[in-house]
Every structure is written in structure tokens, then in C-alpha cells.
Design a protein. Structure first.
Length: 132
């Protein structure tokens, strides 16, 4: 089980790291082509770094949910959402449309940080080794 979790997290990490340069380089063209809007392309290019914390937080919360830790992942999600909303209200006058990207990045980083903290706790690691 621990090997599968490590494999899933590694796959999410490498997939996100592989897609970030693509979206950074071609995001502006994609936004112009798909949405016919240059701002959409700029948001795709500038928001490509969201892929890393987003993918890691999503796969890790799914793993913890399957291990019966739904209550913790919900609390971490709510904490990240509260921080995201606060940042959104504070940064919108300064950063305009980029405030959402910054707030969403913060949300995913908070969720990933707390979920990895819980996953690396001694109790959960002992449970994983016991289930193998």
C-alpha cells in the first residue's frame, strides 16, 4: 500500500512538472485559439504553476479519504478555502484577475501542506506499514 501511495504521488508530481513548461510556453496561444481572448491565454500561462500543488493536494486527499481520514481532509479543505477567500478579497484591488490565481495557489499549498503533514505522522505511517 505504501508503495502504491508513493507511486501515485510521484506520478502526479512528474506529470504536473511535465505539463507546466508546456502551458507556460503555449498557454497564450491556446487561450487565443480556444477562447479568442488574450487574457485567457495570459491566465493559462501565468497559472500553470497551479498544476503542481493542485495535483499533489488532490491525489493526497484522495489517498487519505480512502484510508478513512475524511474528517481531516475536510477540515484542511475548509482552512484552505477560508485563506483563499481572504486572499481573494485582499488581493483583488491590487492584482485584479490574477488575485484568483494567487488565492487558488495558496489554497492548494495549504491543503497539500496539511495533508502531507498528516500523512507523514507516525500514526498513519504505522497504519500503512501494518496494512501491507
Amino acid at each position: 500500500l505504501l508503495q502504491n501511495i508513493t507511486r501515485g504521488l510521484s506520478a502526479a508530481f512528474f506529470l504536473a512538472c511535465g505539463l507546466i513548461p508546456f502551458y507556460f510556453a503555449f498557454g497564450a496561444d491556446m487561450g487565443g485559439f480556444i477562447y479568442a481572448n488574450p487574457l485567457a491565454g495570459a491566465l493559462i500561462s501565468n497559472g500553470c504553476l497551479l498544476l503542481l500543488p493542485m495535483s499533489l493536494s488532490m491525489i493526497s486527499t484522495s489517498i487519505l479519504n480512502s484510508l478513512g481520514k475524511e474528517k481531516y481532509t475536510f477540515v484542511f479543505y475548509v482552512l484552505g478555502s477560508i485563506g483563499m477567500l481572504l486572499l481573494l478579497f485582499l488581493l483583488t484591488p491590487l492584482c485584479h484577475e490574477y488575485a484568483y490565481l494567487i488565492a487558488l495557489f495558496f489554497h492548494f499549498c495549504v491543503v497539500a501542506f496539511y495533508v502531507f503533514g498528516l500523512a507523514s505522522s507516525h500514526e498513519l505511517v504505522a497504519t500503512l506499514h501494518f496494512r501491507d
